[in-house]
Design a protein. Structure first.
Length: 399
């Protein structure tokens, strides 16, 4: 680096410039044959911490030392070498000081660039530990996050931004960072899929805990939309969030949940808590579902009360009733049928099962699980190209 500097600087001046290390060895020079030789005056300057050493023409200079001005080089308070400009002292004094200033400025610039590279390397390592490592050391992870400037005591929520296919992820990364809702404590990067991922800080609240999380998530989405609009870019297609965690070691699992939600819903802004039930049901092993519900499904198939079409109607009606908190009026409006029809179907379901989901929440929850299990089997069977029937049920009754 020193030789490159000397080459460029000497292309504009007629004087010889030498750069010496703290041991007085010339490491860069216009006269390249001097590189590797010892410069006694430079070494003496370093040892004595004198700022300037002038060798005048006609003086008894040490061997290998020519007349000129030699100045200490300092970087961040530490002596790192000497720069010398050959020539008569009155002529080269200003030149020598100019060269020193330029070299010290270059050293500071290179140091800052190296620090930036180190920070980028640390951030890349942090993202690798957070996202790709199966079982990272929690202490190593927290220590690295702290070195990157992140407070590991703060709670964070993963937010995944699905960017338009024609957009550059790096452009959206800049837009996120320019958003008024983005802070220096938010960890942001481009994920493997090209989506933007943010581990967004979540403020602590003692009341309205979940509603405040939702409000913060939606406000963050609005902030990014506004930043994209200001940059004249299309807004992200969708946003999804994952569960909130304080310990960085749990961020990976939370991000996987956010990605799972992204591929499961078409909602533009999907808050994780709204999909908790689906997530937990999805996590139940298939053999557990079959152990609990297979025989019940078979008994429904043998019942003379319903056929497959009727059972489909019962399941659809009941799941909508659950979503509407068992309000027959609201369920009827969504189904486009009369309220009495909803009540009739609910009565038929009570007769078929012997349960009372309107009065007993455990009955309601169990039947909800059963029909969600049935829907899951329907979707799996349909995807495989088979019949949409969940179980074979007698074709001899109607609602």
């Amino acid at each position: 680096m020193a030789q490159k500097f000397v080459d460029r600087f000497c292309a504009t001046i007629r004087y010889n410039v030498n750069v010496m290390d703290p041991d007085g060895v010339i490491i860069a020079a216009r006269d390249t044959h001097r590189i590797g030789t010892y410069h006694e005056v430079a070494h003496a300057l370093v040892l004595s911490h004198r700022d300037e050493g002038v060798v005048r023409d006609g003086s008894s200079a040490p061997p290998g030392v020519l007349p000129g001005v030699n100045l200490l080089l300092r970087h961040r308070g530490e002596v790192v070498g000497v720069v010398g400009v050959t020539g008569d002292a009155p002529d080269v004094d200003n030149v020598a000081h100019t060269v020193r200033t330029a070299i010290e400025a270059m050293l500071e610039y290179e140091w800052e660039r190296a620090q930036l590279d180190h920070r980028k390397d640390r951030n890349r390592l942090l993202i690798d530990l957070l996202v790709h490592r199966e079982d990272p050391d929690p202490r190593q992870l927290s220590a690295l996050a702290a070195r990157c400037g992140y407070d590991t005591e703060l709670a964070r929520m993963p937010v995944v931004l699905e960017t338009p296919p024609a957009g550059s992820p790096h452009d959206y990364l800049r837009a996120v960072r320019l958003s008024s809702m983005h802070t220096k404590q938010d960890i942001v990067f481009i994920g493997d899929s090209g989506h933007i991922t943010v581990f967004k800080t979540v403020p602590r609240t003692d009341s309205g805990v979940i509603s405040e999380m939702r409000r913060g998530f939606l406000a963050y989405c609005d902030g990014v939309d506004a930043a994209c609009a200001a940059a004249r870019r299309e807004s992200p297609l969708r946003y999804t969030s994952g569960p909130v965690h304080t310990e960085p070691v749990h961020y990976r699992a939370s991000l996987r949940t956010a990605l799972w939600i992204l591929h499961r819903t078409t909602a533009r802004s999907a808050f994780f808590f709204d999909y908790t039930s689906d997530l937990l049901l999805h996590s139940i092993a298939p053999e557990v579902w079959h152990t609990v519900f297979d025989h019940i499904a078979a008994r429904f198939a043998d019942s003379s009360l319903v056929d497959q079409s009727a059972l489909d109607q019962l399941g659809e009606t009941f799941l909508i009733l659950c979503e509407e908190n068992m309000s027959a009026g609201r369920a009827a409006k969504r189904l486009g049928i009369h309220r009495n029809t909803v009540l009739f179907r609910l009565g038929r379901l009570n007769e078929l099962t012997g349960l009372d989901p309107s009065s007993r929440w455990r009955d309601r929850r169990t039947l909800q699980l059963f029909f969600e299990f049935a829907l899951q089997r329907v979707s799996q069977t349909t995807a495989q190209g088979g019949s949409t029937f969940v179980v074979p049920i007698a074709q001899n009754s109607i609602i």
